[in-house]
Design a protein around this ligand. Sequence first.
Ligand SMILES: [Zn+2]
Length: 136
Amino acid sequence: MIFKQERPRRTITIKEDVRDGILSYCKMNHPNEGILILRGKAKKGQVFIDGLVIPPFSHTGPTFAGFPHSFLPFDPSYVGTVHSHPNGVARPSVTDLHNFFGFVSIIVQSPYENDDIFAYDRDGNLLEITISQNKS
Ligand SMILES: [Zn+2]
């Protein structure tokens, strides 16, 4: 018998006000890319995002947004990054995958509405996003 190895599928939960904050930040930076660090916690393949941090030393431009990861303080609450794609295509670029940080990379495509937000794992696979309406 052959058993197929199934990797546990990672799920991403974002608080609604954090999602709104991401969308406004992307709109603010348009037509340049904007990048933010995602704060939250990761547990058994589940990633919960409940905060945003503006990265130190960030540099933005029309085609690439990033920051030198070596300058980032080690902080276990940093679970990934989010950046915008002003060209309207959310697919991660080779550069994005090379700069993967943490557990999840979120990409928001122009025009940055509620349906323009996508999450990817280290291999560039699309992950499911749940928006949490819990205001606690
Ligand atoms: Zn990108």
